[in-house]
Ligand binder design. Structure first.
Ligand SMILES: [Mn+2]
Length: 466
């Protein structure tokens, strides 16, 4: 690890923030609408607020040339790009080069544009990759923002839980715990009595989900279990626990029985190496109320992502800034609406799917956002509800139809290549598509659903015959 160069850059950025705050500069934070972006934003807004700065924010799904031009011309002295910007650093440099009275700060952990021009004096670029630190495993943007904030003032150590939420949301704990620079953030939180490590089953919902939901909506999605009602109930019955109780209500021996039953099922499909990551570190924020989503790092991240996805970023940011009570309740409502769509989609799909010779398909009702068809379809297949045939989900959105197709890995050994079939059939109908052999997506014009299904079914039949 070579953090020293990165730490030097962190110090420089903290210095710029302090200086600009002292000059009463007008700040704008431009950030991404996922949990990492919102945590990073929350950390910076808090840290700047403590320097007496009131800061505007602009939370977006994607950074474009238009956004860069707009924010560089808007009446702000300092624009901080958070969790976005490195892949477009050349455009940011171009846009700020002739605006010497303005400062751009880019704080991002995505791989930067290779061979970017050296930034002029009024552009500061903080990115772990540039200094040889792996930004997809060792440091989230929330962690970067935290390290800057801590350098600005030691009092910002109380923001360390947000850094941990960000890292967990970016799945940088996939191997069972956080490492790299993320670990420094975690340790700050532990040293200050804010965070506790639990060695536990690493599933979503330890604080608020029923045991049934923890399995039925499992994250990570568990093979043979997720979306599979019967399998979930069987596991919980065998473990001798009530499906409607919550994880934190279980005794250590009950937890052990559930853990073992889950592992026994998953072992049929996953290699030992992956199964090992199912038990590991989970992070609990001890100052948060027990039984709330903000007490568990993983649940906190899901709460924020739901707010972002539904265009409710203000609620998400408010929760990051420490608002609870009514604001928290509002965030939970948004989250539950999101989760309700998944429940409804799974229920609808599995009760209404139709058989063709080589596939099963369903068309989601319009009450469920079309953007969720991929998630729902993947859960059905991971839960092994259709082991013998690919499953195709369709969802209409305006004048287009979104298509998602998944199948078990075993079927690809018989010659099935869904990505290829989607590409050919969608293209032939004036749409587009593609993907991998066991998962893919497409978009086709509305009204072509039946024709698409007929041709896709034929295409898959051909693939199997070959
Ligand atoms: Mn990120």
């Amino acid at each position: 690890m070579k953090p020293s160069k990165l730490h030097q850059q962190i110090n420089e950025i903290a210095g710029i923030l302090r200086e600009k705050a002292h000059q009463r500069s007008r700040f704008l934070v431009v950030s991404h609408f996922d949990a990492d972006g919102m945590c990073g934003t929350g950390i910076l807004l808090k840290a700047l607020g403590r320097l007496g700065v009131k800061c505007s924010r602009h939370i977006i799904g994607k950074l474009t040339d238009l956004v860069i031009n707009e924010v560089s011309s808007a009446p702000f002295d300092v624009v901080v790009f958070v969790d976005i910007g490195s892949p477009m650093i050349d455009r940011i440099i171009d846009s700020f080069r002739d605006k010497r009275s303005k400062t751009a700060i880019v704080l991002d952990h995505h791989p930067p544009l290779p061979q970017a021009p050296p930034p002029p004096e009024n552009v500061a670029h903080l990115n772990p990759w540039v200094t040889g630190v792996n930004g997809s495993r060792e440091v989230s943007c929330g962690s970067l923002a935290y390290l800057v904030a801590k350098e600005v003032s030691e009092e910002n150590v109380d923001l360390s839980p947000l850094g941990v939420v960000a890292s967990v949301s970016e799945l940088q704990d996939v191997e069972g715990k956080l490492g790299g620079l993320n670990r420094l953030v975690l340790e700050d939180g532990i040293d200050h009595g804010l965070i506790r490590i639990d060695h536990d089953l690493r599933l979503l919902g330890r604080q608020t989900y029923t045991l049934f939901d923890m399995l039925y909506l499992s994250h990570p999605p568990l093979p043979g279990i997720v979306a599979n009602k019967e399998a979930c109930l069987k596991i919980l019955r065998e473990a001798g626990v009530d499906p409607s109780s919550r994880w934190l209500e279980l005794s250590p021996s009950e937890k052990k029985r559930v853990r073992e039953a889950v592992i026994a099922e998953v072992s049929k499909y996953w290699p030992e190496k992956v199964i090992k990551t199912l038990v590991g570190e989970m992070y609990t924020f001890v100052e948060e109320e027990e039984g709330t989503m903000t007490r568990d790092a993983k649940e906190f991240g899901f709460l924020l992502n739901a707010c972002g996805r539904q265009g409710e970023v203000d609620v998400g940011i408010a929760v990051c800034m420490g608002r609870r009570g009514e604001v928290y309740e509002r965030a939970v409502e948004i989250f539950e609406r999101d989760r309700g769509y998944i429940f409804a989609g799974l229920e609808y799909a599995t009760q209404n799917w139709q058989e063709m010779s080589s596939i099963r398909f369903y068309i989601l009702p319009e009450a469920i956002p079309a953007s969720m068809v991929g998630t729902i379809n993947a859960m059905i297949v991971t839960g092994r509800l259709s082991p013998d045939k690919p499953v195709v989900g369709l969802a209409r959105t305006g004048y287009r139809v979104r298509v998602s197709a998944h199948c078990q890995r075993e079927l690809t050994e018989e010659g099935i290549n869904l990505g290829e079939a989607l590409r050919r059939v969608a293209h032939g109908l004036g749409g587009f598509g593609g993907g991998h052999d066991d998962a893919g997506g497409a978009e086709i014009p509305a009204g072509k659903e039946r024709e698409f299904l007929k041709r896709f079914d034929e295409e898959i039949a051909l693939q199997i015959k070959k």
